[in-house]
Design a binder for this molecule. Structure first.
Ligand code: GLP
Length: 269
């Protein structure tokens, strides 16, 4: 391992927390983890089923995966993806749609098959959404479940768009976005009235079924919610707390996002 990278990999309360000096080093590590998983599945003659996230946080991870594809021959031919969420309603060509985001930051630059890409459809008519959501979860199961899920965290403690109040057994569904989440998106959409009020999100249960989960958070602005997510009481007020004590979860943080953690034993800081 690169000695410049200062990591802590203690497992306490079954939590694995890695704290990197910056998001660059952390992102390279996460991309390596994903690449190893893809290669391992290739050797087994199998598909790698990835759950993917949007937002600013994973952008550098995707950039590193593109570099591995271009410079080191990493193929995505055996990769199948399921994105966590999509605004509703939204057309795929909208600059803020997650379809647009994923193509811009990853899919257009690697050799993934278009038929292997799954992103919730923000154009459906309301009466067929419930059936569509059931089929989204069913399709994940048909592929044998998610091998690895990438997760960011919103200011409300949401994972995907599972806002406060989401139940641990929730499945993929149409949800209302909280005012905090909508206000965080105002700049991107260019006005409060332009931010969608709803989204389709994979449910908490759908996420927690993944065989590996990598939770990412960088920067000071995430420090308070990271503390609540890792150290707060588990419950619907902060849906990210549902990840606590799950053996398949690894938290990958930069120093700033980890700066308000109080359990010293999680790091060598
Ligand atoms: C959106 C996404 C989440 C993401 C969150 C944080 O709400 N639906 O999946 O984790 O944004 O975004 P950022 O990484 O930009 O802080």
């Amino acid at each position: 391992m690169d000695t410049k990278i200062q990591t802590s990999t203690r497992c306490l309360d079954k939590k694995a927390v890695k704290i990197y000096p910056d998001q660059e080093a952390a992102s390279v590590y996460v991309a390596q983890r994903i690449a190893q998983m893809i290669i391992q599945r290739q050797r087994e003659g199998k598909q790698a089923v990835l759950g993917l996230a949007t937002g600013k946080t994973p952008i550098r991870v995707y950039a590193e995966l593109i570099r591995l594809h271009r410079e080191e021959g990493l193929s995505f031919a055996n990769v199948v993806t399921f994105n966590l969420d999509e605004y509703y309603p939204i057309v795929p060509t909208h600059e803020q749609s997650y379809v647009h985001f994923m193509h811009r930051h990853l899919f257009d630059h690697v050799d993934i098959l278009h038929s292997h890409i799954h992103i919730p459809d923000g154009t459906l008519s309301p009466e067929i959404i419930q059936e569509y959501c059931i089929s989204y979860d069913r399709k994940i199961e048909e592929y044998g479940g998610l091998d690895l899920q990438l997760l960011g965290i919103g200011r409300t403690g949401h994972i995907g768009f599972n806002e406060p109040g989401s139940a641990p057994d929730s499945t993929t569904r149409l949800v209302d976005l909280s005012e905090i989440t909508r206000s965080d998106a105002i700049d991107d959409f260019g006005g409060e009235d332009k931010v969608p009020r709803q989204a389709i999100t994979m449910g908490v249960q759908s996420i927690l079924k993944a065989r590996e989960i990598i939770f990412l958070a960088w920067e000071k602005r995430k420090a308070e919610i990271v503390r609540k997510a890792l150290e707060g009481e588990v419950g619907e007020k902060v849906p990210a707390t549902y990840l606590q004590n799950l053996p398949q979860v690894e938290y990958v943080l930069d120093k700033e996002a980890a700066s308000m953690l109080q359990r010293q034993e999680w790091s060598d800081r």
